[in-house]
Design a protein. Sequence first.
Length: 237
Amino acid sequence: MAGALIFNNYDDFCRQAAEHIYAILKLALVHKKRASIVLSGGSTPAGVYRYLADNQGDFNWEHVDFFIGDERCVPEDHAHSNYRMVEESFLSRIPHKNRNIYKVNQTLSPDEAALDYHKQIKNYLDKNNCFDLVLLGMGPDGHTASLFPGYPEVAEKRRLALATAAEGPLEPYHRRVTMTVPALNHSEHLLFLLKGGNEKKDIMDRVLRPGEKGREPEYPVQLIKPACGRAYWYFSK
C-alpha cells in the first residue's frame, strides 16, 4: 500500500488528486476501449470533481463507466443524495451517456435497491474483472462508503451491494445502500480522499503503519485492499 500525500491547501489537494485520476484512466484506455470509476459521495471529493470537469482537455468521458460507491436512501434530488452531489459537481459538466452510469434505483425499497445494484455490479465485473479506479472517503470513526464499525454489512463476503440494516450512526441519519468489501476490493487502483482534522489523520496513520501479524482490523477502512493494484491516500488539512 502506498503512503499518504498530505496537503495544507484544499485546492492543491484537488488538483493533484484529479491529475492522478486522469493518469489512471488514460492508462486504462490505452489497453482497452472502456474504463471504469467508482465515485465517492460526501463533501470532500466535490472539489476534485469540479477540477476534473474544468480541466478535461481532450479526454473523452464517454469512454468511461461510472458507479456510485454508496448512497443514502433518499430521492435523487434530495439535498443528502450522493448522486445529486456527483451530478451537480461533475456529471452534468462532462459529456457522457446516461446508460454508462450505474447507480442505486431509489424507486425501490432499500433491500430491493441493494439487490438490484448487486446484480448491476456483478454483471459488470463478470465481464470486466476489476474496476479501474475506486474513490473512497473515510469518516472520523474509520468507516468508508457506508461500511460502519460494528454494522453487519462490514462482514459481508458474497454480496456486492447491501442495504444497511439500520440508519447510519452519523448525520445525516438515513438507511443506505453501499458497495461491500468484496466489490470495493475488485479494483485496479484506489484513492482515499480525506479532509479533516487530526482524528482522521490519526486513523490514516494507523492504517498505513504495519500492524501486528494476525491482529484484527480496528476499522472498516482497513479491509479495503485492491485485489489488482495499489491504494493511494490523499489528505487535506
